[in-house]
Design a protein around this ligand. Structure first.
Ligand code: B12
Length: 211
């Protein structure tokens, strides 16, 4: 088994110390940190499939998620080491009723790496709070994550609150998460959809070049 396979296996097994050890080893061997990240996500993606097929249940998923986060803690400083002045500000959060935060945290990490200053509102964030924080922190971009088909409509609610308060034009709204796609983003009136964290960072960077 190569280092990447070991990382993926250890995430699937929820073995936090092993994940950290293999991640560190892969980095020390000189592997590209993006490939190490892919190996971590590969483990989680397999867990996702097993969860879907009822082969494993919430506790196993949580243990795998904790192991994944241990590995992410090691790659994070490397991915975010941009050493440049913030190029703009964004807030990010997961919608009300939704507790999934692994993808959100990855997007946050990549945006920090792209040079943005990020305020993380966490999970289960009501629409009003997204808007209040965006205004108070004077951000340019509002990033919204949803992982459940039952919560993705909360994204529309945030856009409605922005419109009702007459501030919709002040912000760029970017949405993402497994059930979300470009068509849904357009339907609810979001400005951008990104399928993954790297694309989200590319979009954010482009937006600032246009300023
Ligand atoms: C881990 C997990 C959990 C963990 C969450 C731990 C945590 N701290 O996040 C726990 C065990 C708590 C959990 C609970 C539940 N879960 Co869950 N969970 C998952 C699982 C297996 C993986 C999600 C994940 O982290 N993926 C890895 C990350 C990296 O990927 P990602 O989140 O998609 O993020 C990427 C992109 O989507 C994008 N992105 C994400 N956010 C954003 C935001 C922006 C702005 C942008 C641009 C991009 C972007 O970039 C990310 C990185 O590239 C998925 C299965 C799956 N395949 O998605 C189910 C899944 C999402 N869960 C599901 C369900 C049903 C539940 C529960 C209802 C189960 C239950 N019966 O209790 C609860 C709901 C709890 C709640 N209220 O939120 C279903 C949802 C089905 C649906 N259609 O709605 C899924 C799809 C599993 C399934 N197939 O049945 N879950």
């Amino acid at each position: 088994m190569n280092s990447f396979e070991k990382i993926s296996e250890a995430v699937q097994g929820g073995q936090a110390p092993e994940v950290k050890q293999h991640v560190q080893q892969a980095i020390d061997e000189g592997n590209d940190v993006n490939d190490v990240l892919d190996a971590l996500l590969d483990g989680m993606s397999i867990i996702g499939k097993k969860f879907k097929n009822n082969e494993i249940f919430v506790p196993e998923v949580l243990i795998a998620a904790r192991a994944l986060n241990g590995g992410l803690d090691i790659v994070k400083p490397i991915l975010t080491k941009s050493g440049i002045e913030p190029k703009g500000k964004a807030i990010i959060g997961t919608v009300e009723g939704d507790l999934h935060d692994i993808g959100k945290n990855l997007v946050k990490m990549m945006l920090v790496g792209a040079g943005l200053e990020i305020t993380d509102l966490g999970v289960d964030v009501p629409a009003e709070r997204f808007v209040e924080e965006a205004i108070e922190k004077n951000v340019q971009i509002i990033c919204i994550s949803a992982l459940l088909t039952t919560t993705m409509d909360k994204m529309k609610e945030i856009i409605d609150v922005l419109e009702n308060r007459g501030v919709r034009d002040q912000f760029t709204v970017m949405v993402g998460g497994a059930p979300v796609n470009a068509e849904f983003a357009e339907k609810i009136g979001a400005d951008y959809y990104a399928a993954d964290a790297a694309t989200a960072a590319e979009i954010a960077q482009k937006l600032h070049q246009e300023d």
